[in-house]
Design a protein around this ligand. Sequence first.
Ligand code: FE2
Ligand code: FE2
Length: 171
Amino acid sequence: MLSKVIEQSLNDQIRVEAESSQVYLAMACWAEVQGFEGVAQFMYAHSDEERMHMLKLVKFVNERGGHARVSDLKEPPAKFGSFKDMFQTLFDHEVMVSKSINDLVHITLQEKDYATHNFLQWYVSEQIEEEALARNILDKINLIGDDKGGLYLFDNDVKQIVAQSASGTQE
Ligand SMILES: [Fe+2]
Ligand SMILES: [Fe+2]
C-alpha cells in the first residue's frame, strides 16, 4: 500500500514522463518537416519510450492501492533553433529527469517504502543509459556544428543508432 506522500510523488513523476514524451514528439515533428528522417525516427522512438516509462509508473501506482492521475500537460515548443540546440535541450531534459528520479528515490527512503524504492531502481539505471546516449549524440553534433553536409551524415548516424536499439537492446 502506498502512502499519500509516495502516491503524490509517483503521480508527479507520471507527469514528468508524459511531458518528456510530448517534448520528444515535438522534436520528432520539427526534424521530420525539415527532412531529417534519422533524427525524426530517433525522436519518435524516444517519445514512445517515455510513454512506456509513464505507463510502467501508472500500473505500479494502481497495483499498489493508489490511483494514477492523468493530468494536463505543458505544450512543448514547436521549434528548437538548431539541431545542436535541440540535442542540448534533450540532454538538459534528461539531466532534469534524473534529478527528479533521484528526489523520488530519496523520498522512498524517508518514507521507508522499500518496495517503491526497489521498483525505482529500474529508472535509476535507465537514466544512466539515457544520459550517456544523449551525451554521445551531443558530442557528435558539437563536432559537426551547423555544416549542411555534416548534418546529412549525422542524420544517417542517428538512423543507425535507432536501428541498433530496435534490433537488440530494447526493453
Ligand atoms: Fe523517462
Ligand atoms: Fe528519458
